[in-house]
Design a binder for this molecule. Sequence first.
Ligand SMILES: O=C([C@H](O)CO)[C@H](O)[C@H](O)COP(=O)(O)O
Length: 208
Amino acid sequence: MKIQFAIDTTTTQKALELAAAAAPSVDILELGTPLIKSEGTAAITALKNAHPDKQIFADLKIMDTGYLEANLAFEAGADLVTVLGVADNSTIKGAVGAGRAHGKSVVVDLIGVKDKVTRAREVTELGATFVEIHAGLDEQAQDGYSLDTLLTAGKEAGVPFSVAGGVSPSTIGAVQSAGAQVAVVGSAIYSAEDPASAAAAVRQAVTA
Ligand SMILES: O=C([C@H](O)CO)[C@H](O)[C@H](O)COP(=O)(O)O
């Protein structure tokens, strides 16, 4: 299972510092949506130039103009780009088309999708490389939030998936056992006092 570090900061400078600290322990470096909104696609290029050996994930959360927006991110150096599962199928197909034109991948983020299992199967048919079974930061803050719901959906869907929703060293083992291809870890690393050690702890909790 790959480890993806979601960098939810708002400046390229801070993102580069966090990426440098975590890089030895992770496989994929994600530019979070707030970072891209704050700094634009130039931040994608900066991270790719600093880490050409890593997969760079641009969390654009595309909702419309799938080809156009995905193309912007791929041209800037992204290897993976997100489109929203709640978007129209034509938008998802557009983003997938841009991915194919660049030889890169599109991930469909199921944040806000009620029936994640059904939609996961549909968008995989449309060409998503994998789906992200995701509860966002606002959903995580609600009473009764549990990562288990995401893991159950991932197992049931039977398609390639990642999991994002407050994954930490203590829960990443369950994500791996559920069969995820990728575990997304954000705040457990970027909010830690020592992000390098936090990323190493995440790596140690995953079995090879
Ligand atoms: O995608 C995310 C969120 O929508 C804000 O951009 C997060 O990067 C994702 O949820 C992973 O972060 P954690 O949940 O803090 O691990």
